[in-house]
Design a protein around this ligand. Structure first.
Ligand code: NDP
Length: 249
């Protein structure tokens, strides 16, 4: 097993949902967590909770679309902690709408945050991990990055297919050469704030109805999967984590 105590992690999208739950779980395992997102008040509250439970955390307010801000946050974490062992590329958005609504602003936000955000954070940590000759990068795809869903999810699926493809290529490029592990996480339905960005009332109603119809995963369920892969022995790369609610088709 890899002992996680004393490791340093950066978690993007740590202000809610899966990111916040993973921050708590990693911190409980002794990992010092860099908490990244735009809502600094939420990050401060999470940091307080982590410290209250005996853990260590650093708030790094950033928009993952802003490459300079991401680099500054990563540099700050490494300066404060001496290393970066884990990157959890988790920040993401899913505004659901049908293609003929032409909500191009929402399409661009998904491309910028879900894809370019992953690239920005990866580029910021890689030089450090290469120098260390160790590291573990988690990228958050989705069940929608394995299969295209019905009307409304087309651009979201496209961004998550990109994340799945990037993860697989990245794993092949940095595994043997730089001793860096890459894990692609593909969750099914998780009970988080994700539906809240959907502006189409009918799509929002469908999302809420689905939430009521089956027992969703809790964010902690994905956090547990992340912990499992991070704690695997150094020679073991859990390349994919496809985690679904038992009731999800
Ligand atoms: P939440 O909406 O609860 O969390 C999303 C997080 O992303 C928030 O912390 C938000 O913080 C952050 N974020 C969004 N945009 C930016 C940005 N520009 N810069 C920095 N941070 C940003 O949803 P989830 O926890 O569900 O989502 C986490 C990931 O899991 C996403 O990538 C999502 O696509 C994926 N996923 C979720 C599933 C689900 O069913 N919930 C299923 C499959 C995948 P802030 O607004 O403060 O910046």
């Amino acid at each position: 097993m890899t002992d996680l105590a004393g490791k340093i992690a950066l978690i993007t999208g740590a202000s809610s949902g899966i990111g916040a739950a993973t921050a708590l779980k990693l911190a409980a395992a002794g990992v010092k967590v860099g908490l990244a997102a735009r809502r600094a008040d939420r990050l401060e509250a999470l940091k307080e909770e982590i410290v209250h439970r005996g853990g260590e955390a650093l708030v790094l307010e950033m928009d993952v679309v802003d490459a300079e801000a991401v680099q500054a946050g990563v540099d700050q974490l490494v300066e404060a902690s001496g290393a970066i062992d884990i990157l959890f590329n988790n920040a993401g958005v899913m505004p659901v709408s049908e293609i003929d609504e032409l909500k191009t602003g929402e399409w661009n936000a998904m491309v910028d945050i879900n894809i370019k955000g992953v690239l920005n954070a990866t580029a910021a940590v890689l030089p450090y991990m290469i120098r260390q000759h160790s590291g573990h990068i988690f990228n958050t795809s989705s069940i929608a990055g394995r299969k295209v869903f019905g009307p409304g999810y087309t651009v979201y699926s496209a961004t998550k297919f990109a994340v799945s493809a990037f993860s697989e290529g990245l794993r092949m490029e940095v595994g043997k050469k730089h001793n860096i592990r890459v894990t692609c996480i593909q969750p099914g339905a998780v009970a988080t704030e994700l539906p809240e960005q959907t502006t189409n009332p009918e799509k929002r109603r469908q999302l809420d109805a689905y939430r009521a119809a089956i027992r969703f995963l809790d964010p902690e369920d994905i956090a547990g999967a992340v912990l499992f892969a991070a704690a695997a022995p150094a020679h073991v790369n859990v390349a994919e984590l496809f985690v679904l609610p038992t009731e999800q088709a």
